[in-house]
Ligand binder design. Structure first.
Ligand SMILES: Cc1cc2nc3c(=O)[nH]c(=O)nc-3n(C[C@H](O)[C@H](O)[C@H](O)COP(=O)(O)OP(=O)(O)OC[C@H]3O[C@@H](n4cnc5c(N)ncnc54)[C@H](O)[C@@H]3O)c2cc1C
Length: 301
């Protein structure tokens, strides 16, 4: 297994932001991941780093990156994947088998572990719709558990994994038989839609910054609050959709955090709605940053 010391995490996040971690482990099998977790129970887990804001001052501890654990199997309508498989790769593979249910993953740059962790969704499809079970490592009790759909407590951008110290090792899904043409056509439509609504990774970003409040859209509220194109340091609200922050070249985590706090306050003042961050802030923070993050996440569920 590859182990890196003083590894710059910005290389491993879609925001291209993040300082160093003392030790970063890259297990290559589920068994290596279990063993690494046993030996480093406090290590932070990262998949593809597409839903995180990592402190530019780094992480005071160790990190495990799962992207080398990437096996999958397609058996009829059943799909098995280990945690590090990239969502677009699996989406493309199942499309070749004429299986429907993973078209939404085609343009989401996460891993299966990250997708299951937060019940990723888009274009009226979600992980919850196709999930049958997963194997997790229970870090506190040092054992492997199998969770079925009911155990997962799937909600919008939330599962039981947000509360328990469980690491997804692998997951199983049940897809619907369709045709290669239909599945690919839907993937293409999703990709076209995204071209208009989301920045490509050529403009480093971490997807939607805030979750949609119930029956509303964070993007709509932010746009009406006039935050589009606002800049703090190297972080800018994307001009085409106000729920994205793009790194225009030299952004630090503080720039992003301060810009998020401005966005949050603009919506709060105008609509008395407190938007909740979708991205997860990880790593070393000063007192002011801690306070801002805590304010924004107080009601986060
Ligand atoms: C351009 C772009 C578009 C996006 N579009 C969407 C979208 O349409 N819908 C959507 O839902 N999301 C979207 N996202 C957000 C993101 O891709 C998803 O949330 C994805 O599921 C994150 O996966 P990851 O592997 O990158 O997780 P990371 O960012 O590496 O980690 C995110 C969280 O998951 C935890 N985690 C990661 N792996 C595991 C594991 N094996 N076990 C337990 N916990 C784990 C981490 O500890 C962390 O808390 C988008 C992001 C980008 C950059």
């Amino acid at each position: 297994m590859k182990i890196e010391k003083d590894y710059e995490l910005k290389k491993h996040t879609t925001f291209q932001i993040g300082g160093k971690a003392k030790t970063v482990y890259f297990p290559e099998t589920v068994e290596e991941l279990e063993q690494t977790l046993k030996e480093n129970p406090n290590a932070i887990i990262l998949g593809n780093g597409s839903d995180v804001l990592i402190s530019s001052d780094g992480i005071d501890g160790d990190v495990i990156i799962t992207t080398e654990i990437n096996d999958f199997e397609i058996n009829g309508t059943k799909v098995y994947a280990t945690c590090g498989v990239k969502a677009p790769v699996l989406s493309r593979e199942v499309s070749e088998n004429g299986l429907s249910g993973m078209e939404f993953m085609f343009c989401i740059p996460g891993t299966i572990g990250g997708m299951v962790y937060m019940n990723a969704s888009a274009h009226s499809q979600s992980i919850a719709d196709i999930f049958t079970s997963c194997k997790v490592y229970d870090v506190e009790n040092q054992k492997v558990l199998t969770l079925n759909k009911d155990d997962m407590l799937f909600e919008y951008r939330k599962t039981v994994l947000s509360e328990k110290k469980y690491v997804v090792l692998s997951a199983e899904f049940e897809l619907k038989p369709s045709t290669v043409e239909e599945v690919k056509a839907l993937m293409q439509r999703n990709a076209e839609f995204r071209k208009q609504k989301q920045p490509s990774l050529a403009l480093p970003n971490a997807g939607s910054i805030f979750k949609n409040p119930e029956n509303d859209s964070a993007g709509r509220l932010l746009e009406k609050s006039g935050v589009k194109s606002k800049i703090v340091g190297g972080a800018k609200v994307w001009e085409n959709h106000a729920n994205f922050i793009v790194n225009i070249g030299y952004a630090t985590s503080s720039d992003v955090l301060n810009l998020m706090y401005k966005m949050y306050n603009e919506v709060k003042v105008r609509y008395t709605i407190e938007l909740q961050p979708e991205v997860k802030f990880i790593g070393i923070a000063n007192e002011e940053e801690k306070e801002k993050w805590q304010t924004m996440t107080t009601n986060n569920n």
